[in-house]
Write a protein that binds this ligand. Structure first.
Ligand code: FVH
Length: 295
């Protein structure tokens, strides 16, 4: 079913979102702070709004995708939100999402927050995922239209959940990138081809190691860090060896040093017989769990 949808913010991501909605046959109204970015979308059938308020007034579903939450508030300030669903796909923090939800509701609107797990080129293609939290009723009302952007995953009514999971997934990604860069530097320090190492050896190894993570997650939930894989003392010696190897090869160990510090501290506290998942207690000591839905 075709819907009226407004998009505020036509950067790389906002333009990709608007394009996918046009392709799916929706009536799309667009606004961007600086002129020029709406042109290609208007040529494809979008309606150009003169102001953000005009864009918000044009549709029951108003999607915002701008630089940050401060920019989102600037754009929405004074816009008629009464009776509208505001879907904020701007990257932000859980606390920002909660504050924005309260503000939108104070304006008579309904709030949905979203975390885009895709780059612009992936929007509308298989493999793209968008996490949602906030009003379940609003999500269900617009779920079909939103499926044109990416596979939708609703995480719960607490507005900060999408941002929290988005940031957690980005954390995993940056950790992987940090490990990749440190490994690539080690290989390059010997004059070896990084591409061949990455494709033939590193990627299959990371896939194999990633398969361990669900089991480690269960150990973290249980707080049971007994291991039959490799204990922290073995890992401490291994990581010390790695750091020495980086130095001998002329590679700065900087991306690796925080992990070494946490490992050293955990072993020094007498947990050398535990497994690697126990390191979480050094960065976030266990406290009584708040139980919340996560989809
Ligand atoms: N691009 C990506 O791969 C990532 C994927 C995951 C999600 N992020 C988040 O999406 C938000 C927008 O990112 P983007 O890639 O579209 O960013 P830009 O191309 O740089 O466009 C930024 C737009 O924001 C507008 N803007 C900035 N400040 C204001 C303001 N004060 N008031 C209104 N609009 C503002 C900017 O307008 P202009 O400079 O063209 O006038 C662009 O439309 C972001 O949260 C990512 O983290 C993308």
């Amino acid at each position: 079913m075709s819907e009226n949808i407004s998009i505020i913010g036509l950067g790389l991501m906002g333009s990709a979102l608007a394009g996918a909605l046009l392709d799916a046959g929706h009536r799309v109204t667009v606004w961007n702070r600086s002129s020029g970015k709406a042109g290609p979308l208007v040529a494809r059938g979008a309606v150009r709004a003169a102001t953000a308020a005009e864009a918000a007034g044009a549709s029951p579903l108003v999607i915002v995708c701008v630089l940050d939450y401060a920019a989102a508030h600037q754009a929405l300030d004074g816009a008629p939100l009464d009776g509208r669903v505001v879907l904020n796909l701007t990257n932000g923090r859980p606390a920002e999402a909660r504050r924005t939800a309260a503000w939108v509701e104070s304006q008579g609107g309904t709030y949905l927050d979203g975390g885009i797990m895709a780059v612009p080129q992936m929007i509308g293609e298989p493999g793209a995922l968008i996490l949602y939290s906030g009003s379940r009723a609003a999500f269900e009302r617009h779920e079909q239209a939103l499926s044109a952007l990416a596979a939708p995953r609703f995480l719960g009514e607490e507005p900060g959940l999408a941002a929290l999971h988005d940031l957690a997934m980005l954390t995993g990604m940056y950790g992987q990138i940090g490990g990749f860069l440190q490994a690539a530097a080690l290989v390059r320090s010997e004059g070896l081809p990084v591409a061949q190492f990455t494709e033939e050896l590193l990627v299959p190894w990371l896939h194999a190691m990633a398969a361990l993570l669900p089991r480690w997650a269960e150990e973290i939930e249980a707080g049971d860090y007994a291991t039959d894989v490799a204990n922290l003392e073995i890992n401490r010696v291994g990581v010390e060896n790695l750091v020495t190897a980086f130095e001998e090869q002329g590679v700065k160990p900087d991306l690796f040093l925080p992990m070494k510090a946490i490992l050293d501290a955990r072993v020094a506290r007498g947990h050398g017989a535990e497994g690697l998942p126990g390191l979480i207690e050094e960065i976030q000591p266990r406290r009584p769990a708040r139980s919340r839905s996560a989809g």
